[in-house]
Design a binder for this molecule. Structure first.
Ligand SMILES: C[S@@+](CC[C@H](N)C(=O)[O-])C[C@H]1O[C@@H](n2cnc3c(N)ncnc32)[C@H](O)[C@@H]1O
Length: 277
């Protein structure tokens, strides 16, 4: 359902307005399908049979506000998410680290850090990638996710199997210290990465990167804000630099002329240099 149709539902509009005013979350960035699904899931949990009934609960219960914020913040991620993309990235990293003394990578958004750590681990694991040349800037809007990322400790739970997530590596224990269900990322893997808070819609542009990841955020973002995010992340690339989006995302049509497709299915693109067809 489009933004206008869904927000025409006055009750839904009132819930969104309350979120905008009272919860530390910017609903305008996100599309209504996504917001609607998250709010409805909370309504079901609270047995609220209308948006207004749910709004009353939200107003009177700060725990429900926190639960809704948690439901709205999509920081689902994993180590080596879509493992075939990481395989396809090996030749790109081999090439970049053989050509440049410093390979600057921007990982946005990085959620709890498992994506930039996957990159650092892959670089250490592949003998033909010079991991000492990598510098990774990993950013996210969510301060709590960044704290978890800096800490770099991940637990296997009923729903998340960290050992399984790390299975693409030949010897994961070179890169994480395992204590039962707890996995602590080793210092050597952390070293090339700096974590920073950055809002891809509001904050200043960045520049000078040889590789930019922007995976699994744009699917949730409202049409109006997609373009500024694409402009920010692609504008940060050096000519000839590589760009990776999520496997269910795609480069907007009008940006495609500026990029060569390196791997269509794995969504890896390369920014054309001046004069390149
Ligand atoms: C689904 S996760 C994707 C993480 C990782 N890239 C991956 O593919 O596994 C989406 C992340 O986007 C972050 N996010 C949401 N809005 C953002 C914004 N405006 N600027 C930067 N990060 C944002 C969320 O905090 C969340 O951590």
């Amino acid at each position: 359902m489009s933004r206008s149709r869904k927000r025409d539902d006055a009750g839904f509009g009132r819930v969104v307005e309350f979120v905008a005013d009272s919860v530390d979350f910017e609903p305008d960035y996100y599309n209504d399908d996504y917001l609607g699904r998250r709010v409805t899931a909370r309504m079901r949990r609270r047995d609220a049979d209308s948006y207004d009934a749910y709004l009353r609960e939200l107003r009177s219960d700060s725990e429900e506000q926190a639960a809704l914020l948690d439901a709205l913040t999509v920081n689902v991620t994993s180590f080596f998410r879509n493992v075939e993309m990481w395989e396809a990235l090996r030749p790109v990293l081999r090439e970049l680290t053989s050509e440049h003394r410093r390979v600057r990578v921007w990982n946005a958004p990085c959620a709890d850090g498992r994506e930039p750590y996957s990159l650092s681990m892959l670089a250490h694991d592949d003998p033909d990638i010079n991991e000492r040349r990598l510098r990774i800037t990993a950013t996210d809007i969510d301060g709590a996710a960044l704290d978890a990322a800096r800490e770099g400790v991940y637990e296997t739970t009923r729903t998340t199997d960290i050992g399984e997530e790390l299975s693409p590596l030949s010897d994961p224990e070179q890169y994480v210290e395992r204590d039962g269900d707890s996995f602590r990322v080793r210092d050597g893997i952390k070293r090339p990465i700096s974590f920073e808070r950055h809002d891809l819609i509001r904050d200043e542009a960045k520049s000078g990167f040889h590789l930019v990841f922007c995976r699994n955020l744009l699917i949730y973002i409202d049409t109006e804000y997609k373009r500024p995010v694409y402009d920010t992340v692609t504008g940060a690339l050096e000519p000839g630099g590589y760009f990776v989006v999520g496997m269910t995302e795609s480069l907007p049509r009008d940006l495609r002329g500026g990029f060569e497709t390196v791997d269509k299915r794995r969504r890896i693109y390369r920014r054309r240099e001046a004069g390149e067809e």
